[in-house]
Design a protein around this ligand. Sequence first.
Ligand code: NAD
Length: 363
Amino acid sequence: MSHLETINVVTEHKSVPVQLHTDFSGLSEEISKLPGVTSVFLITERSIHSLYSKYLEKELSSLRKEVRVIYVKGGEKSKHIDRTGEVYNKLIEFGADRKSLVLAFGGGVVGDFAGFIASTYLRGIRFVQIPTTLLACVDSSVGGKVAVNADLGKNMIGSFYQPEFVFAPLIALSTLPDREWRCGQAEIVKHALLSGGEYWEKVKEHSLSDLNANAPILPYLIAESVRFKAAVVSSDEKETGLRKILNLGHTTAHAIESVTKYKKFSHGEAVAVGLITALFISEEKAGLDPKISLETVDCLKRYGLPFTTRLKSKELAKHMLHDKKNVGGSIRFVLLEKPGSPVFDVPVESEEIVRNIRRQKAL
Ligand SMILES: NC(=O)c1ccc[n+]([C@@H]2O[C@H](COP(=O)([O-])OP(=O)(O)OC[C@H]3O[C@@H](n4cnc5c(N)ncnc54)[C@H](O)[C@@H]3O)[C@@H](O)[C@H]2O)c1
């Protein structure tokens, strides 16, 4: 059995199927449905490819097309504009044309990077996302944001560029280290808080030990998360309004990552801490029941995620002022009135942020 479920992201110009599969079978069939593909380029990290090349090669052999592999270095530092030149050159050298197809096989770093390459090579060629981390399955592969980093800022150069489809082979998660499971789980907690209802109730019930590639709950957790994100992106692809709610927890998360120069906390860990800052501020400014914040702290603990840091609250607030999502010099937050009822673009004063980060430290 391979196909589990398909959820569509419907944008103004395109409907993008996000397909959840148990393994790789069916990938070639899906690629074959794309008209006129001349050549295929698999962009991936060497370490990820070596884990799954046997399965991929077997599956892709039925395409009866040469599949060239282009390796990129892993890690946030490598998702940099300076690393794009060598990949463009390889595509030119291998004769990639306007009908070529890029397969982005990896986590969010590969997905964002390869997606950016596809969006710019020959003014845009088609690409497919094949996510291999939990975060990439539930978040980065869905929604069409592709980007690379500049020296002075993360994801500063990029575009909205939808893949032809997303093919998530859950078997790939079987080699995922614990820290990466936690990282993806932070985004799942975020989606569950934003969507509310049964999803939030279910996410609260589980813990890290329930999460592995064969866990019966996994397809449900991923599908609901994708369904939620797909609905948000379908109503606001370019983040002019509602899509901003997906930044719940991210104002503090970006400050934590930037203060620690992306070395100490994974993105998911930073988001976990940021969720609690947002929920504490929501109690003061959006009438959130304090019970929800405490339930979320408990939930993060069970998933092995942090809910506070030792970083100085004033330094974090200072960094928030430089967040690219700010408007007119004031710090904007996504807050929650209750699970399922977010509000966005809420201006929050530095003192309010400092006060609530201090509350977090006292937990
Ligand atoms: N485009 C978007 O909408 C969006 C949304 C959220 C995050 N992002 C981006 O996603 C990136 C983070 O993605 P990530 O958390 O997937 O990190 P990642 O891509 O760096 O992967 C994390 C680690 O797991 C390893 N890995 C990947 N798949 C594996 C597997 N199946 N088995 C074993 N190891 C594996 C990678 O080599 C890496 O060391 C960031 O750059 C962030 O900006 C983008």
